[in-house]
Design a protein around this ligand. Structure first.
Ligand code: HEM
Length: 154
């Protein structure tokens, strides 16, 4: 309990910091924190919840792609020949430019590598915990309202 209180304080501090930074940011054009803050006047969301919403978005977006990229480097080291072929495919399709979504259908090996990377080492293998807001029947399972569940993403 003492440990989770300390985690809460740390998350709270971080979320407030990210929220303040986001609200103060002029670089982004539209700041997520500032747009929440302006909407809050209509929705009545307490500032601390806005801060956590902002913080969660930053945290959810930060660790996941960087974890996948780290595993991509590991995969390249383990299976270099596949990546040489993928690189040849990219070069053949887009030449010296960066690939974009219009090239997607012409890059099946790149798509396969990306999907396999997320299957092989998903950055959030157990997702995030959820709780049922109403009772659910799913196949042979019955989950009463208020049941905690953790999805096995892996
Ligand atoms: C490799 C990249 C990513 C992976 C593998 C990934 C994976 C996941 C997973 C497994 C969940 C939990 C789903 C659940 O159990 O309901 C989740 C939730 C979430 N992710 Fe990502 N994510 C990635 C990138 C991002 C990015 C870039 C953003 C934001 C820009 C983001 C924002 C979120 C948010 C806000 C949630 C919570 C959604 C909710 O509350 O229902 N994620 N993500």
């Amino acid at each position: 309990m003492r440990e989770s209180n300390a985690w809460f304080e740390e998350m709270n501090r971080l979320s407030l910091h990210l929220y303040d930074t986001s609200c103060a940011s002029k670089e982004w054009g539209i700041s997520f924190g500032a747009s929440l803050r302006d909407r809050e006047r209509k929705s009545g969301l307490p500032p601390q919840e806005e801060a956590w919403l902002t913080g969660q978005l930053f945290l959810a977006a930060n660790d996941t792609p960087s974890t996948s990229l780290a595993y991509l480097v590991l995969a390249i080291v383990l299976y270099p020949s596949q990546f040489i072929t993928a690189r040849q495919q990219i070069d053949a399709v887009v030449g010296g430019s960066m690939p974009c979504f219009e090239d997607w259908d012409k890059l099946p090996l790149v798509e396969a590598i990306m999907k396999e990377l997320l299957r092989w080492r998903p950055p959030a293998p157990l997702g995030v915990p959820h709780v049922t807001s109403e009772e659910i029947r799913y196949g042979k399972y019955f989950l009463p309202k208020g049941t905690s569940s953790v999805a096995n993403i892996w």
